[in-house]
Design a protein around this ligand. Structure first.
Ligand SMILES: *Cc1c(COP(=O)(O)O)cnc(C)c1O
Length: 228
């Protein structure tokens, strides 16, 4: 069951790459592991999964500890409160949800204290939906400016959640906007040339995200089943 759903996602990713002439190696699968128990994560690791994304620090820490013997790259993909930064940097090597200057200050401070470099992505609210996290597209420049002054933070790309609709044009416009923001930021020098990651696409819309240039899809329910 887990094996089938995991391999089905890999097949969907592969087919989506073929359909738009992209190299299947150019898109990574991050499993969104909120509410999923460590024994299940161990099983999906045995199938080949190596990249996990957690939304809540309190939930992530015990899982990360329980799976400490596995070679897994942990990302943080949820809203991050500044008072949780210390714990988040205990397990996550990439914070995908950087969306405001106060968070950059807190991350830089903690990364400096630990003498580590932390990968970050700028999360953008590309749909305009009030319920969604992420900075306004017009704030990307100022967020990148703040990041350029944070020597322990390395901008590796951009993250978004597509609009909550099954209208293809609407959802793809969100993903295309993130790609344009990335391309503009790199061309203008406000983001490093290496900030190429586009973390976009989930269980319901990964094909559209891959068609728009996604380099990392974040998938939960299509692999683990619907959440409680
Ligand atoms: C839960 C979650 C996902 C995965 O969503 P599914 O629809 O279950 O695939 C992706 N990104 C973020 C930020 C999430 O919180």
């Amino acid at each position: 069951m887990l094996s089938e759903s995991y391999h089905h996602i890999l097949e969907r990713m592969h087919a989506a790459c073929e359909a738009c002439g992209r190299d299947p190696q150019s898109v990574r699968l991050l499993l969104a592991t909120k509410t999923v128990q460590p024994d299940v994560l161990r099983n999906v690791h045995a199938l080949g999964a190596r990249l996990f994304g957690e939304n809540r620090v309190q939930e992530a820490l015990p899982k990360w500890e329980a799976l400490g013997d596995l070679d897994v790259e942990w990302h943080f993909i949820g809203h991050l409160q500044t008072n949780k930064v210390r714990d988040a940097l205990s397990f996550a090597t990439c914070i995908q949800s950087v969306d405001r200057p106060s968070l950059i200050t807190a991350l830089q401070q903690e990364a400096s204290k630990r003498n580590i470099t932390v990968n970050v992505m700028v999360e953008v609210n590309t749909s305009g939906e009030a319920s969604k996290a992420g900075c306004d597209p017009s704030d990307v420049g100022s967020i990148l400016a703040a990041l350029s002054l944070a020597p322990n933070l390395c901008v590796v790309g951009f993250m978004t959640i597509g609009a909550n609709t099954d209208d293809e044009a609407t959802v793809r416009a969100c993903f295309a906007l993130l790609r344009t923001l990335r391309d503009t930021a790199i061309a203008s020098g406000s983001a490093p040339a290496t900030a190429v990651e586009l973390s976009m696409g989930m269980s319901g819309d990964l094909e559209w995200a891959i068609a728009e240039g996604s380099t990392m899809v974040r998938v939960g329910s299509a692999v683990f089943g619907s959440r409680p």
